[in-house]
Design a protein around this ligand. Structure first.
Ligand code: ZN
Length: 287
């Protein structure tokens, strides 16, 4: 699907508050020039399918909601643009490459090289121009839109709270090659281990989900990625928190169709958003 917009930005429909939400991985428009060599159904396992729909109540509490249309397996807006394996390219990259551990071990860098079952996505190597196009036409517009939104909101209100929205597979520990004594939580909040977000805001969001019966874990197993590293600076007026929802709660993980519980989960998230809006209004009113 070429020429589709890279993203949507949904403005507040209520009195604006200092809340910016973004869903970088829920896109399902697979560009014609992707050139993958696996069944589409396998690639779709990488998506945070329907996360933008679950959080569609954001504008109703006065927040802004940005979401990507392109799939994260094509290019991942939540990775640094240097997070590329040289082995994926057909020619030398004309700049610095800094592949992360997730990139080299699991193939989950800027450009996914492997599916969730570690099958190679390509039967070819990618050209430099091809990768540059993905960066300039998809990655950069998303990154620029989020930065502009956060900066504008902060200059308008003096502070900003940023929710980076995701979903996680119900076998997340296995997928990451980790063992855990505890089962995967329903909701995993990530704040780069206390760096990207104030403890008070993390606590507010945890409590909002817990009060509705959800099991919440913090930084286990996901702590946050590049968008939190870029924006999460509580001392500079931006609290960034990553929220991972267990896909088992709202999705048929094989077909990517919403399950019968989707509506219930969206209603619950509407309640969470009301708690968050109350927290933000109270913080803004504090002397
Ligand atoms: Zn995600």
């Amino acid at each position: 699907m070429n020429n589709a917009p890279a993203l949507s930005l949904i403005a507040p429909t209520a009195e604006p508050i200092a809340l910016v939400c973004d869903s970088p991985h829920s896109g399902t428009d697979y560009p014609d020039d992707f050139g993958y060599a696996v069944p589409l159904a396998n690639l779709r396992q990488c998506e945070d399918t329907h996360v933008d729909g679950l959080w569609s109540g954001v504008p109703l509490v006065g927040g802004a909601l940005l979401h990507a249309h392109f799939p994260r397996s094509y290019i991942d807006a939540n990775r640094a643009c240097t997070d590329i394996e040289a082995a994926l390219l057909s020619e030398p990259w004309p700049g610095e490459l800094q592949p992360s551990e997730r990139c080299t071990r699991l193939g989950n860098g800027l450009l996914y090289s492997k599916t969730t079952t570690l099958t190679p996505i390509y039967d070819r190597r990618l050209g430099v121009d091809e990768v540059r196009h993905r960066i300039e036409a998809y990655w950069r517009p998303y990154r620029d839109a989020l930065r502009t939104l956060i900066d504008q909101t902060r200059s308008q209100h003096g502070r900003v709270w940023h929710l980076n929205l995701h979903s996680m597979p119900s076998n997340a520990y296995e997928r990451l090659g980790l063992t855990s004594k505890r089962p995967l939580a329903d909701v995993v909040l990530g704040d780069l281990r206390g760096v990207s977000c104030s403890a008070a805001f993390t606590h507010c969001v945890a409590e909002a989900f817990e009060s509705l019966g959800y099991r919440v874990a913090i930084n286990d197993p996901y702590i946050g990625q590049d968008l939190l590293r870029e924006h999460g600076r509580p001392d500079q007026g931006c609290d960034s928190l990553q929220i991972e929802l267990n896909r088992q709660l709202y999705l048929d993980e094989t077909t990517r169709e919403c399950s019968a519980r989707f509506e219930r989960m969206r209603d619950d998230i509407d309640h969470v958003l009301q708690d968050i809006a109350r927290f933000i209004r109270a913080e803004m009113a504090a002397p």
